[in-house]
Design a protein around this ligand. Structure first.
Ligand SMILES: NC(=O)c1ccc[n+]([C@@H]2O[C@H](COP(=O)([O-])OP(=O)(O)OC[C@H]3O[C@@H](n4cnc5c(N)ncnc54)[C@H](OP(=O)(O)O)[C@@H]3O)[C@@H](O)[C@H]2O)c1
Length: 210
């Protein structure tokens, strides 16, 4: 919704094309009739996009990526916001699961075709904040082993009003971003809020997008 409002062309993916279209229509009501948003079944959406954002529960993560692999076009950037919450296996949403590769994003890097850039981002930006009106009070830390992909994703993140995007270094740091989300969920439960993160003490250049 935030990217459609910012004028980006967005395709909502789903396992069901009708569900995707319904979601896109719902977003259009909020983003305006000129919003460039449509819906498609996941493989069709993947075929049509040069930048993918994975926002699915961890229990479906590996299976969906295996299914999408042949449809991911060369040069695509895959942004992974997935958090391996223990809730995926019936545990608590305030705990995470161990992932052999180190994080869900690193698992993604193993499952996409060779040469595809994987970027970890948006794990700490809650749906409640995004779904509300007005600027979000949250920073987005962007991690990738492809330095060329980081500024592209930072620029995309800053299209969300209020979000500051910070280069967080290598993809291996995704394991920290994913753990922070479990903490934020625990804080939301404990204090009945919609928490986010802000990083302080960095020079303005760290969150300016040129
Ligand atoms: N919610 C948040 O505030 C938030 C914030 C940061 C990160 N995240 C992370 O982002 C991911 C999505 O979170 P969410 O709250 O949006 O989850 P969700 O509402 O449970 O799932 C999002 C969509 O994923 C699809 N899906 C569900 N199970 C699937 C499966 N087994 N295989 C393939 N697709 C499946 C569903 O779409 P279709 O049924 O239409 O295919 C569903 O609408 C999670 O990994 C979460 O940890 C969430």
């Amino acid at each position: 919704m935030r990217w459609a409002e910012a004028g980006e062309t967005v395709i909502v993916g789903s396992r069901d094309a009708k569900r995707a279209q319904d979601a896109a229509d719902k977003i259009k009501v909020r983003a305006g009739a000129n919003a460039k948003i449509s819906g498609a079944e996941n493989i069709a959406a993947c075929n049509a996009a040069d930048l993918l954002v994975l926002t699915i529960p961890f229990e479906g993560h590996a299976a969906l990526l295996k299914q999408l692999k042949p449809a991911i076009r060369p040069g695509t950037i895959v942004i992974d916001a997935t958090v391996p919450l223990a809730a995926s296996v019936g545990g608590r949403a305030s705990r995470t699961l161990g992932v052999w590769q180190g994080s869900a994003a690193q698992q993604t890097a193993e499952l996409v075709p060779k040469g595809i850039s994987v970027v970890a981002a948006f794990q700490n930006l809650g749906a409640e904040l995004l779904n509300a009106d007005g600027p979000v009070d949250c920073d987005v830390i962007v991690c990738s082993d492809d330095p060329a992909a980081i500024p592209i994703v930072r620029a995309l993140a800053t299209k969300i009003p209020g979000a500051r995007a910070i280069d967080g270094g290598k993809l291996e740091n995704a394991r920290i971003l994913e753990q922070i989300t479990a903490l934020l969920i625990g804080l939301n439960i404990r204090h009945k809020g919609h928490s986010g993160i802000r990083i302080t003490g960095l020079p303005p250049a760290a969150h300016e997008v040129v």
